[in-house]
Every structure is written in structure tokens, then in C-alpha cells.
Design a protein. Sequence first.
Length: 546
Amino acid sequence: MATTSPNNKSRRLANFHSTVWGYHFLSYTPEISTQEKLEVDELKEIFRKMLMETCDNSTQKLVLIDTIQRLGVAYHFHNEIETSIQNIFDSQLQSENNDDNLYVVALCFRLLRQQGHYISSDVFKKFIDHDGKFKENLTDDVQGLLSLHEVVHLRVRGEEILEEALIFTITHLESMLSNSNNDSIKVQITETLSQPIHKTAARMGARKYISTYENNDAHDNLLLKFAKLDFNMLQKMHQRELSELTRWWKDLDFANKLSHVRDRLVECYFWILGMYFEPKYNRARTMMTKVLKMNSIIDDTYDAYGTLDELASFTDAIQRWDITAIDSIEPYLRPAYEALLDVYSEMEQVLAKECKSDRVYYAKQEMKNLVSAYFKEAQWLDGGCIPKCEEHLENALVSSGCLMATASSLVGMEEFIPKQTYEWLMNEPLIVRASSMICRAMDDIIGHEAEQERGHVASIIECYMKEYGASKQEAYMKYHKEVINGWKDVNKELLRPTKVPIFVLERVLNFARVMDMLYKEEDAYTNSKGKLKNMISLLLVESIKI
């Protein structure tokens, strides 16, 4: 649809729906009471002691670690869990695992892989019969099938036994879903099939699992109480952060000044909460939410509003990164340009006190690269060009935003990050390319038709269809496979020894997890009135009844 701009040029207009939340969180300033802190600290020590005293080579220890992780309280016990998993891994290497319980073998395998330890998928050969298929007597083992299905999402390329396990578990879990009268089992099956543990952002996984665990008759009342108290305490902290960010957003008044962009501050914060939720990353979350919000504004301007001449001068101004360049851009873009520079300047000032401001340099470079990729797409669109797949993909992996998000997410973190880590990142390592492919392919599969209607640049789907004479379904299948392979590559890069610290790789993993949650069935970020609104309510509005 065309509309008239401030300077009477014909423009594309996306007509995004207005904000769901407005300034709802502005009034959220909850205080965490001393009593809450004391109670959580007391329970924390009880379970720290339990973790240390439970024998590592026991099913009880595996179940305890898994439960603590899924309830969202594992961040309290990082060292204890790391040591326990290392001990379990060492003992696995030294002995033949003769356990014939599918649930236990799969759980042990998943916990080790999640922690970055390579354990061969050959451990599942004992469950295979002579014709290479999983044994039929496993089809009634609900917990075993659920446990095995969670494992398959940690596979790397070439693990045929886990490919077989994927088909086997989906077939039989779907059959159970149709035939079971047990509501609790149905919920667990539905959840593992739609949003497996490995592809779920930590807070969302915890919020859902607390309910599942509560409905388990064998649950530990004290552990459940600990998880609920801790969730509510973290929620209050997150609400306060979001309140401060809402104030920043309201003061900018971009909802009025830039009416062509998606007003999605709360959704941006939800996204960043998926990248890191722990208290120690308070500063990083605030910085990164502002970066992502500015990125969203810029993305919408290039995608759906700016003319090529306007975007050319805006791109040049961002490459210069100097407030004196503001006079060279259209008046309606000046508030965004000034805000962008302010966000990074604020980061530099904060980090200069810790001699870490060099981090901002790398974050700026990746924002410049991202904007250049947006401009390339705008040029293609303006020229009516559908590029070759390879050319499109090289640009699209940058415009997916994964590399920019990873570089920016490290800026506010507490950990020491050597220069070599940033240099590794700038060389577009496999894990970043794989995560970028997941993001780009999922976004294009789900959104390419709507974007075509809005007059956006050709997606990877259109490029593939044109270059290879393929149908839409063939293009979908092609890039669905790319998403699957992307996850396998991400999984491989998370295995030890890793090229950079694991906390860096986890940011890339978590970015892909949020994409999987938001772009699986729809573009939930753009159309944020449905699924995403409900998820935000669960994490940031509704506390859990103790």
C-alpha cells in the first residue's frame, strides 16, 4: 500500500499493528523483600548440599540435576553441576554402560551433551534390533520415548542412529497422544514435540516445567517451593529492568515520531531475556534491549518505508558514526540516528570505567555491517532484482542480525573477554553462520508471502524458486533441511574443546532458541498479539502461586 511521506514521496507502508503493551510496565517497581531473599538462600543451601552428597554415578543424581536445570534454578549451582557432570563423564569413559533403561541412558546422554561433553550415540545400539530399527518393546515406555526424543535435538551431522530415533519417537509419541487418556502425559508429549528442551529459552522452559513438575506425584515439595520463589524473585527484577527501559522508550517518543516502525519494546526485552536471564547480566540485558530496539527501527525503515536516496544517506551516516553527519539525512530519520549514537555512547561511558570500552568498537562494526546488508537488500528491491541464491544468502546471513546480536550481547557481560574472542567472532565462525541460517530460513519460510505483499525484497524462498524452477513447497523443504543442519552444526560447535569460552557460544545458541520460539508457526514478533503476548504474560506479568 502506498502512502504519502513527510516530503510527499510515494512509500511502502507495512501497517504494523500498534503496541500490545504501551507503557504498561512503567508502573512496575516491585521490591524484593529481605524475607524472600532469606528463604531462597536457605533453600539454595539445602539443594547445594543435596547435589554434593548424592552419588554421581546414580540415577538419583541424574534426575536431580535434570530437575534443577528444568526448574530454572541451575544458575545457582553452576560449579556443583559442572563438577558432577565431569565426574559422570569420566566414569562413562572408564566403564561399559550396561544400563538397559532407555530413560536413564537417554537422560545421561542428554545431560553430558548439554554440558559440552561428547558421548557417542552408539550407547543407543543396545536398543536396536537385528534389522536396524528400535526394538518394539520400547513403544510402551512413555518416559523412555520422551527422554530419547529430547536427545535427538542434540545430534550432530552423521549420527544415523539419532536420525532413526527421531522418526521412531515422533511416530510412537504421536500415537500415544491420540490414544492416551492421561492428561499429564498428553501435556508432556505435546510439549516435547512442539518445543523440545534444547530449543527452548531457559525462562520459558522453567515457567512451563514448574507446572508440569507440580503435577508429578513424585515431586519434591521443597524443591518446587524453591523454584517458585526463585522464579517470582527473578520476575520482580526483570519487571524493574523493563520499567526503566519503558521510561527510556517513552522519553524518546518514537511511537509518535516514527509511526512506520513496529512498536515492540517489551517484545525486544523478552527476546533478550531469552539470551540471558541471570541477575549478574542485568547491565548486559539493558544495553542489549536498547540495541535490539534500535535495530528493529532501522530494519523497518529499510524494509518498509525509506526511499533509496534517503537510505543511501542514512547508510553513509551510520558508516561515519559521527553526530555531525546528522544534517545529511532526512529530518524524520534524525531522532533515530541520534538515539542510535547515544545508546552506544552510553555503553562506552559505562565500560570505560572498567577499561572495557573496546568491546563497543566491535559492536559498532557489526551494526555498520548489518546496515550495509539492509541497504544491499533495498538496492535489489529498488532495481526489481531477484539475486542468485548464493549472493542473496551471503548478504542474508548478515541481515539476519545474529552476528550483530552476538557481538552486542557480549558488551555488557561481567566476564573477561579477550580480544581473540572478538576476532574469532568477526571471522563468522561456523556456529554463527549456522545460527544465522536458522534465523534467516525460519524467518523467510514463515514470512516471505506477507513480506511480498508488503513489497519487501525477495526472500531466499523466491530466489531459490526462480533460480532452480522450484515450487514453493520444494523451496520450503530445502530451507527446512537447512534449519535442521544449522542446529546440528550449532550442536557440534558447543562440544568441548570449544574455540572460545562456552558463555560466548551460549549467546549464539540462545539467540537461535528465541528464533525457534518466535518463528516456528508465525512471525510472532511482528504479529505479537497472540502467542508472544501469552508468553510475555507468563514471564513478566503473572507471578506463580506458592
